[in-house]
Structure formats: structure tokens, C-alpha cells
Design a protein around this ligand. Sequence first.
Ligand SMILES: Cc1cc2nc3c(=O)[nH]c(=O)nc-3n(C[C@H](O)[C@H](O)[C@H](O)COP(=O)(O)O)c2cc1C
Length: 429
Amino acid sequence: MEIKAIGCEPLSLKRVFIENGHTLKVYQDTGGYRSLKTALGMAPDDIIQQVKDSALRGRGGAGFPTGMKWSFVPKGTEKPKYVVCNADESEPGSFKDRYLMEYDPHALIEGMIIAGWALGSNTGYIYTRGEYKYLIDIMDVALAEARDAGILGKNIFGAGFDMDIHTHTGAGAYLCGEETALLSSLEGFRGHPRMKPPFPAVEGLYACPTVVNNVETFTSIPQIIEMGGIAWRDLGTEKSGGTKLWSISGHVKKPGVYELPMGYADMEKFIFDDCGGMLRAEYGLKAVIPGGSSVYIMNAGQIVGKNVTLDYEGLVAAGSMLGTGGMMVMDESVDVVDTTKNLTEFYKHESCGWCTPCREGTDWLVKIFDRIASGGGRPQDVQLMLDLCDNIEGKSFCPLGDAAAWPIQSAIKQFPEDFRKWVSNGSSV
Ligand SMILES: Cc1cc2nc3c(=O)[nH]c(=O)nc-3n(C[C@H](O)[C@H](O)[C@H](O)COP(=O)(O)O)c2cc1C
């Protein structure tokens, strides 16, 4: 397992390489909480402007501009406001946030307090999946250290600003990573998604203005305040600022968590050089899911010789999406129908059942996959699956439905031969 920065100094990964980097002492010895002191001397609007200038886009998958999201929070309301960290990290293929919380918990706390000051919020929550209990234990120790040092609680750093942050675990439902389902769960209800609009920035936790951001998004904030928004943006590209963590798994020699500048050139070099190339010499590259399971699957022809840059725009131009940066690499031994079936079973299992297209659609898709896999496939099944996906995509209550449809639609498009063999021969050969 590699943990490495390539093409940039480690910023998000900085303290992974420093002994006891998770402790308050080492955090402060290595520049930690300096940005918070700076931020507390700034006007809230100036902080939001720095975040806008940085071109930071949310690292939880959708890539929404963080500064813009923060500017949607209403000013001058009587209601309390909340800062919520989405640490659910349930997307198959994504395992970056856990390293940030394990090795650099104070960076998350610092980012959330800066957000609290910028947005006028005195309360923050860190919501993790149930399986990340061990991380909550680490976060709770870090929060207690910060409280004891006067960095959390009343009158932070003597600046007259109060804020506290609490941890909360879900019960391990993928959907509770979706921001409105997360808020329902945090309030103690079933993790069902809510209608948008109103968006959480206006009406979120307890119907109060709430900013929900990913762990990596928050840990980028102290870097932005330290460097200045424009300088941080210029580490990456104009539209995709800064550096980004990628979690790489599958058939590469050196899987792991890599920090790359946004716009890193290019995807082929990254897979074949930086990640050591294909795991087994006898198998070439077949497919890559570049951004966690909820994005379009790519074939080797979309990557090799195509100079795909690793940023939001580069991956869209190449026919997929950056998502969470959870890159899954598959060699020629992989049967894409089998992979897609596996993902569809995941989405069916994780569908909350709230809306019909997602609940029924994912179930029917799994039934068709099961029939194909047991040798009963029919040539018209491929079109039937596409029709079903069409009835889920854009028609479900929350984006889980889209996430279920996209891998199938793209797998059929990029690997028609794999599907043809299954429906004609009842097997992958
Ligand atoms: C089914 C589903 C699961 C999601 N899971 C996560 C997750 O585990 N972590 C996360 O940060 N965002 C997740 N998201 C995205 C969130 O809804 C939201 O966009 C994100 O927390 C916003 O933070 P950001 O702007 O910093 O990315 C998920 C979305 C969907 C539809």
C-alpha cells in the first residue's frame, strides 16, 4: 500500500509522514492552527472569497464549488447554523478520508472551525459510517485535546468566537453519505433523502442553514488560508484548484492513496508508471472506473495514448467523471459483466426503497443479471437493461439511482462484446 504525493509537495498527506502527526503537539509544531488564528482575524466574507478564489470543488463526489456553497448560507438569520462533515466514505473504491482522519484529525477540526467562523456557526458535527468507529475514537481524542487547549469551546484563541464539534456514527448505510439522508440520520430518523430545494445551505439540520462538506474539502481549508486562495488554486488548474487525493485499487502493482496536483498529466502515466503498471505481466489493461463506483466505466482505448488529465474537466472530456477519485483498475482477466453485476447488487442492497424507480429498477436489474449469469440470457436483455436504466436515471428521488444506472450504461457501451457473449453463449467465453 503506497501513500505518496507525486508532482507536488504533500499537503493533505503531509502529516501521514510525520511521527505522531495526529497529536495536537505535533500538529501545532508543524504549523497547525496557524490558519485558524489568521482566519479569526479576517472578516467572514473575506474567508469565503478566499475559498472561492481557490477553485476548491467539493471532494465528496459531486465537485460542487465550495466557496459558492458557503455563499448560499443566509446571513442575518435568527436560526442557528450548522457545519457538518460528511465522513461517511461509503463509495466503493474510495478510501482517502479515513487516512486524513487517522493521521491528521486536527486538520479536519481546523477546517471546520474556520468554516464555522466564516458562516456564523457555533456547532459542528462529524458524521461517519458505523464501520469507522475506530476513526471516531481518534477524532474524539483530538477534539478533547483541542477543547483542553482552548481551540474549541468558548472564546477560541481569545477571539470571542465559540464553537464545539461533536462526532456521530451512522449504522453503515451507503445512502447516509447522501447529504440530506445524512442529515435525516443525524436527527435520529431513518436515513431517507429529502426533497431539494430547499438545499441544506438554506434548510438543513433541524431545518436550519447547514453546510455539508466532505473530509478532504474541510482539510483543504487551512491550506487555502495559509497559502491564499489564488496560490492554492494555482497548484492545480483554473477550474479545478489545488491538489487531490486518489485512492487506487485493483490490478496495479502499487495500489494506495496518492496526492496529485489537479490537472496531473496523465492518467496513463499515473497507472503505468506511478502505480507500477499492471499487476500481472500476462494481462493488459482492460477497464478503469476512475472516480468511485458511481461514474462511467472506461475502456483502455479511452485512456492509452489519450493524454487524459486528472481533473474534473479532463475526465469528463474522456467520457467519465472524477467523482471521489476512487480509481479501480481492472486487467484483461476481468469479466465486465460480472463486475457490473456486482456493482448493481450493491446498489440494489443500498437503495433505501423510498422511491419506486430506484427500489424496483435496481431489483429488476439484478434479476436480469442473475438470469444472464445462470445461462438464461436473451439477446434483447441488453436493450431491456438500457431501458430500465433510462427509467431510473434522472427519475429517482436522489442521485443513488443515477449512480446505479451509469456503470451499466457505460459498461454496455464500452464493452459490448462482453455482454454479447453472455447473452448469446450464457457465459463470458
Ligand atoms: C448515494 C450517495 C452517497 C454519497 N456518499 C458520500 C460520502 O460517503 N461522502 C461524501 O463526502 N459525500 C457523499 N455523497 C455526496 C454528498 O451528497 C454531498 O454532495 C457531499 O457531502 C458534499 O460535500 P462536498 O461539497 O465537500 O463534496 C454521496 C452522494 C450520494 C448520492
